[in-house]
Ligand binder design. Structure first.
Ligand code: ZN
Ligand code: MN
Length: 494
């Protein structure tokens, strides 16, 4: 590509929008009693209803309705007092009924918003609708090099996923974020994922497909009052890819327009390996789906007091938690974002609950532990160390039993499976040597071995004592308190 994102932004204003599909964590499917566990043998979680066999009739899963209302309320939406499901007709082999039960012009939740913070600023992302539908099955293309249908010898289909409750959350177009558009898009999905996780309605695992994003992108000349034609990038499967997909699509569309072409409304595929999108199919219009009200289901009419009961049961949402922690820990917005982006919020909060100061908890999780997680290719939350362990290490440092260097060795021991911090201290013999008589013999040795340094100290060059402190620290394998060693040396030479 010859036009870079940076160059495109000199001339064009990007607008993006996101459609996010979330598999709900209900025990059973949307319209039948089949279980929803991930990773089972293909086609073992199926029945006449989710296979679309003639004569079978769907029944709505009440838990899925409750979860969807929860999501709608958390996203500041209005909840419909009456709405219907609709048939969306289309023919793909992974949809055994040849239609999907979805919602069309009567979504369960609509007109909400989600505030997201980027670089210390808040952007309000409008939510157009939150509706409920059923997931499709999964096609598996066998025999090709890429796992895609092109080049495959044959395809298999697994209907275990067909009929799992799926919530679709559609934003309004988000204009006016300029250069930050890719970051705001990523921040929105991150915040949405955190909201869904706090609600306990989905395991929101992007890598297992329980949270999937389609990213709509368009660009227009800066100052133009018309929006450009949008493209829809399908199945963007990680947070980082959301950002990259917007970025690469903005650059690609700028190149098309600069060359005098026009952007075609189509779906595009994002490629993780190259970070670019390629053309998919030209986009269906709503009329292609021939929606009509689903005749096999009664309308959904959630009672007002049930909705209010659900509203009262909402947990603390990420935005409220953010405000609470920023206040309690005296953080700046940027410090908070650093914690959240490192995935360390839960760990730090639990470490503080286990008795550490927030400064200590942040220091260990954002420093030593973030570094080790990064080296191991893990999230900090996946490290084999508990917040209580980290709080104990911080307490040992505060008590003077450990210095920072020894504390890092204790953490290493815990991560290597050598036991709790106290067990590692005992087994590795890591406590700071605070017994002066043990230090004094090492100090006397250092003094005897460095007569020239001693002479300079006696001449008043106190900073030369660093050499002797270093020798003592080395002799005690770092287990001495350096400040105490320095005091003892100067006393000795006074
Ligand atoms: Zn079923
Ligand atoms: Mn959908």
């Amino acid at each position: 590509m010859t036009v870079t994102y940076e160059a495109a932004l000199q001339k064009y204003e990007p607008t993006f929008g996101l459609e996010t599909h979330v598999e709900l964590g209900t025990a059973t499917k949307m319209f039948c009693g089949c279980i929803t566990t991930f990773g089972a043998e293909p086609n073992t979680h199926t029945c006449p209803v989710c296979l679309g066999l003639p004569g079978s009739l769907p029944v709505v899963n009440a838990k899925a309705i409750e979860y969807t209302i929860k999501i709608g309320l958390a996203l500041n939406c209005s909840i419909a007092s009456w709405c219907r499901f609709a048939r969306k007709n289309y023919f793909y082999p992974d949809m055994p009924k040849d239609f999907q039960i979805s919602q069309y012009d009567e979504p369960l939740c609509s007109e909400g918003y989600l505030d997201v913070a980027v670089g210390g600023k808040t952007v309000r992302v409008g939510i157009e609708r939150v509706h409920l539908e059923e997931d499709t099955g999964k096609s598996l293309h066998v025999g090709g090099a890429t796992g895609r249908i092109q080049g495959a010898e044959y395809s298999l289909v697994d209907y275990n996923r067909a009929g799992i409750p799926l919530v679709e959350i559609v934003t309004k177009p988000v204009p006016g974020t300029g250069f930050l558009a890719p970051e705001v898009a990523k921040a929105y999905v991150t915040e949405l994922r955190d909201v869904l996780r706090s609600l306990g309605v989905s395991d929101v695992r992007m890598e297992e497909g329980s949270l999937r994003c389609d990213v709509n992108t368009s660009i227009a000349l800066i100052g133009s009052d018309k929006w450009g034609t949008r493209t829809e990038t399908k199945n963007v499967n990680s947070l980082r890819s959301v950002e990259r997909a917007v970025r690469s699509e903005v650059a690609r569309q700028a190149e098309v327009l600069d060359d005098g072409g026009r952007v075609i409304q189509e779906t595009r595929h994002f490629h993780e390996d190259t970070g670019v999108t390629t053309s998919g199919r030209s986009k269906e219009e709503a009329q292609d789906y021939r929606y009509f009200p689903e005749p096999d289901l009664v309308p959904v009419a959630p009672a007002t007091d049930w909705v209010e009961e659900i509203r009262k049961s909402l947990p603390e949402l990420p935005s409220a938690r953010r405000a609470r922690l920023i206040d309690a820990w005296s953080l700046s917005e940027l410090e908070f974002e650093a914690l959240r982006n490192a995935g360390a919020l839960d760990a730090v909060e639990a470490t503080v609950a286990a008795g550490a100061s927030s400064a200590d908890a942040r220091k260990w999780w954002l420093g030593e532990l973030a570094r080790r997680a990064n080296d191991a290719g893990l999230e900090v939350s996946e490290l084999p160390i508990t917040p209580a362990d980290v709080a104990r290490v911080a307490a040992l440092v505060a008590a003077g039993t450990l210095n920072d260097r020894l504390a890092r060795q204790v953490i290493e021991g815990v991560l290597d499976g050598e036991g709790t911090p106290d067990e590692v201290v005992a087994a590795r013999g890591l406590a700071v040597v605070s017994d002066d008589s043990a230090l004094l013999s090492a100090i006397d040795e250092a003094i005897a071995g460095n007569p020239d340094v001693v002479a300079r100290i006696r001449d008043g060059k106190v900073q030369a004592s660093g050499v002797l402190v270093g020798a003592v620290m080395k002799a005690t394998r770092g287990q001495a308190d350096a400040a105490r060693v320095k005091d003892l040396i100067l006393e000795r030479l006074a």
